[in-house]
Design a protein around this ligand. Structure first.
Ligand code: UD1
Length: 422
């Protein structure tokens, strides 16, 4: 298993081009199942999760091609669905694969998809996905670890009130409802920018969706979707991560091909902590305002609140800030796995359930650490970039899942970072 070696203490200087959002790209790829015409996606990130989902879609009969001349361009053509079964071996590699279930039901009237299983950051059930699809008339049961569903007469529009906000369930049911008979209204939905991006792509394919990005989404079902070309939104989590890399190292990084529109709560917290974030005519410039960062409290929330996917990185900053910061994780129950690793680097953190108290220390120190999930891993890289001495981050395959060319992008800004093959 590859590792990453970092010698900390270099103030990063330079520019980084931000990729398309992984969390949008995956759902957009799944949307291709809803149409027998090609879907062309531009600005696709080059990350392992995209590869894992490609295998799932190919298993179902989707032709997936990359355009060698145009980086980031992918064509997905589900002219005919040759299988409605997504097997465990493929689904377990990437949880979001379960989202093929609803589109298969909507298009083919049946689907068999492995449950993705547990995940390091929490139990992550799919009950809300099932609730929504059952409300659309699907009959679903669980057999030997597989979700089996059928909707022989097709799905039917319905009003669905989600008892809890879920990004995946919102996207899943929204996609399925595009081909349902009649109108669907989804209440208490997630409002993440990736959901609006998916709705815009589906509408370009011919769907009739209004309200995405707000708390209620209305979908007027139609018989079939057509072809479209869609550009994936910039990755707000990658953007936030590199803003924090500049702040952690007291450097200055300009982020290109991105914008601040989707980072309201995060910019607010970072500004309070002493990070200067300014729009330039090419993107965003991030650096410390002056001197040491200050402690800021935060609570993760569904969008437009502070993103859970940036909590670990923010904690790395707070670990070296002046003062005491209280960080509450409200979305996932097990998302502090970076804490013991940060403590190995000299951080002073106490965890009580979903709350962490971080007492900033003057300096972190390099150490061998273990990556446990995608965002926890990158938090360790940020800590390592700022720490004194050398850090080895083990199990970097987590990073490959969601960060495109992380080592190259940081090295181009002067970081002493390299990938070490085992
Ligand atoms: C997506 C993102 C992930 C991000 C998360 C929250 C992708 C591929 N992943 O994950 O990076 O951290 O949103 O912003 O886009 N829940 C249930 N039942 C369900 C579904 C969810 O109880 O059926 C719970 C989850 O366990 C969690 C909370 O709802 O506690 C939010 O999860 P959800 O918004 O669904 O996250 P994902 O879509 O899995």
């Amino acid at each position: 298993m590859d590792r990453i070696g970092v010698v900390g203490g270099v103030a990063l200087q330079g520019e980084i081009a931000i990729a398309g959002a992984k969390n949008a790209a995956l759902k957009l790829m799944v949307a291709s199942l809803l149409s027998d015409a090609p879907l062309v996606l531009e600005n696709m990130p080059s990350v392992a999760d995209v590869g894992a989902l490609t295998s799932v879609l190919e298993e179902l009969g989707v032709r997936v091609t990359r355009d060698a001349d145009v980086p980031g361009r992918m064509c997905l053509h589900a002219e005919s669905i040759t299988s409605t079964t997504a097997p465990y071996d493929l689904v377990r590699k990437m949880r979001a694969s379960v989202l093929v279930f609803g589109p298969l039901l909507a298009r083919c009237g049946k689907a068999k998809v492995s449950l993705p299983g547990g995940c390091a950051i929490g139990t992550r059930p799919v009950d809300l996905h099932i609730l929504g699809l059952e409300a659309l008339g699907a009959r679903i049961h669980l057999e030997e670890g597989y979700l089996l569903g059928e909707a022989p007469g097709g799905l039917k529009g319905a009003r669905i009130d989600f008892p809890m906000v879920s990004v995946g369930a919102t996207e899943h049911v929204m996609m399925a409802a595009t081909l349902a008979q009649g109108t669907t209204e989804l209440h208490n939905v997630a409002q993440e920018p990736e959901i609006l991006d998916l709705a815009e792509c589906l509408n370009a394919m011919g769907a009739r969706i209004t309200g995405a990005g707000g708390p209620v989404i209305r979908i007027d079902g139609i018989e079939g979707l057509g072809a479209a070309t869609h550009r994936v939104v910039p990755d707000r989590i990658e953007t936030g991560t590199y803003i924090m890399a500049a702040a952690a190292t007291d450097g200055e990084i300009e982020l290109l091909e991105t914008n601040l529109d989707h980072l309201g709560a995060e910019v607010c917290a970072l500004t309070k902590a002493g990070v200067e974030i300014a729009e330039t005519n090419r993107g965003i410039l991030a650096k410390r305002a002056n001197g040491r960062l200050s402690a800021v409290d935060l609570e993760t929330q569904p969008f437009p609140g502070f993103a859970t996917d940036l909590q670990a990185q923010f904690m790395a900053l707070m670990a070296m800030a002046q003062g005491e910061s209280h960080i509450d994780e409200t979305i996932f129950e097990n998302r502090f796995m970076h804490v013991p690793e940060l403590m190995r680097m000299g951080a002073d953190i106490q965890v009580h359930g979903g709350s962490a108290i971080v007492k900033g220390v003057e300096r972190l120190h390099g150490a061998p650490v273990m990556a446990t999930d995608l965002r926890a891993s990158v938090c360790l890289v940020l800590a390592a970039l700022a720490a004194e001495g050398e850090t080895i981050v083990n199990r970097v395959y987590h990073l490959d899942r969601g960060y495109e060319r992380l080592v190259d992008k940081l090295a181009a800004c002067g970081a002493r970072i390299e990938r070490l093959a085992d």
